[in-house]
Design a protein. Sequence first.
Length: 438
Amino acid sequence: MSHPIQRPRMRWPVAAALLALLFIAYGIGLVSRSRELQGRIGREVRLLEELSRINDDLHQLAITHRVDVNADRYQWPDQLQRLRERVQQTSTRYAGSPGVEHLSREMEPVLQQADSLHAQSRFEGRLIAEPRSLEAVFEIMIARAQKIIDRSARRVHEHGLSAHTATLSNQWNEAQFLLITACLLAIGLAWLVGARDRLLVESRTHAEQLDTARQKLIATNQELRETMLSKEEKEVMIKEIHHRVKNNLQIVKSLIRFQMDQVKDPRTLELFNECMNRVSAMALVHEQTYLSKDLANIPVDSYLDCLVRDLVYAYSVNVRLNMDIRIDVETLSVDALVPLGLLINEVISNSFKYAFQGRSGGTITVHMSGSEADGLHMRIGDDGVGLKSRDGFHRPNSLGMDLIHTLAGQLDADIRLMDGPGTQYELVSHKLSKRKVA
């Protein structure tokens, strides 16, 4: 009876050992591919350095031209020969790398024309009073050669380093997959053979090795990012950062919502809901940032539309609302939109909670004008029942009112409670206030 039971158990260690060997082979292959990729990255970084030296030699060639023409020296042939040799050596040494396929072939005609112009400038410059036309054409040739070098460097960035960045990212995903699968394998072995302690030690060892590999990949990625100088690539990276921040805030929001499911007290649920709305307001800013074409200027109207829609959904407003929204500000930066969005979130949340109790309808007002550079003017509130006492505004005794004053200070503005029906606030930037006094 016991023998048939033990036989399948004896097969599991063998299968586990085979799986472990497969993971080791996979990890060795991953490390080998990473080293090969690091070698390619190093080669292309050295290629960029060589292109920079060629650019320096080209600049020195232009200086040598002016010295030869004006001081009647003859250092041009040596400098030109040195530049040609460097171009030829670079094309030969880095053959097959992006950016150098046509470097020598494109540079040689330009250098020949520059040599011809230099010879004409030396002999004809003595015969005419102002040989400016020759100098202008010579400068055009030098500029054309510099464009060839810059185009080659850009090809190295776009077709070499960028592709390697994507490959490194994929290898990092493979390392994550390897880590997760190795942990699952360790747990399964611990459950099957009962050697929990030994397998946990091995799992920690593998985790440390993978973490070391991850740190190396992160360091390589960081070095690679520092060499990527184009504006488009920087914008893509910044948008990715805002996208990840937005995703992290959404995770925080989900965790708060999960915690709310375990709470029964209405007041505690209300506090959780307020916290979740504030996180949503910040997440919206980052979402609008990575969706915007211009990272420094985020559309205000689309952000407020999403913010109000989320608040209506969060508070399940059952009254008929009239949204009196007039926004004369097209765009704002992230630094201004985050505190502004939180302030609007606090005011409109208070309106949804308190302003329309016992009423079938009402109006939410949001008027904004001005600009971030010249100062903002905003009127926001409702036509509801109003505050029971104005003392709560001047001497804040709640987190929400404290936030309203603090956020107004971050916007470099003053906020006051307006007279009239309902609860409405007026926010005026200090820049506008000083202009009115002047």
